[in-house]
Design a protein. Structure first.
Length: 168
């Protein structure tokens, strides 16, 4: 494992722990999710920057860490991926459908590498939500199917079929 990936793993673990974040259904420390996303990206042949971004993909959105800190610590390549993966929408933007539309529009123009990391994220979250919250899964999985449609830079990537199956 590269120094960059190790640093991202340590940083993400500390950032999520600092806010006491846990997985909704299992109560596990939140870092288990970024760990699975990073493992999926690694197994799919992702670059060190992609794996680092997988570890960090929820840090700006869910902790007190700013994107400026990500830039300073991890450099412009990882920073750009993390920014592309961070939801833009805020509660004041409107209802869930409006907010998810804003985030889908952003993801549609994201880089290939960011979309690959997002595939890994969808795979992990899709399986978790489908197994633990069938009622919400109907809404969530429909939203994620739309994301897969707009992520046209990765339609031929091997993880795309896995993601399709994860949300089916």
């Amino acid at each position: 494992m590269s120094h960059l990936v190790i640093e991202a793993m340590i940083f993400a673990t500390a950032a999520h722990a600092a806010v006491g974040q846990k997985r909704k259904y299992s109560g596990d420390d939140y870092i288990v999710h970024p760990a699975r996303v990073a493992e999926t990206v690694f197994n799919a042949g992702g670059s060190d920057e992609m794996i680092a971004a997988a570890w960090l993909h929820d840090v700006v959105e869910d902790t007190k860490v700013s994107s400026d800190v990500i830039l300073e610590v991890f450099g412009p390549l990882v920073h750009e991926l993390v920014v592309e993966l961070t939801d833009l929408s805020k509660p004041e933007d409107g209802n869930r459908a409006v907010r998810k539309g804003i985030d889908a529009d952003r993801l549609a123009v994201a880089s290939h590498d960011a979309q690959v990391v997002k595939l890994a994220d969808l795979i992990d979250n899709g399986a978790d939500i489908a197994a633990n919250d069938p009622s919400f899964a109907k809404v969530f999985l429909k939203e994620k199917a739309h994301l897969l449609d707009v992520m046209d830079k990765v339609h031929t990537h091997p993880l795309f079929k896995v993601a399709i199956n994860a949300i089916a």
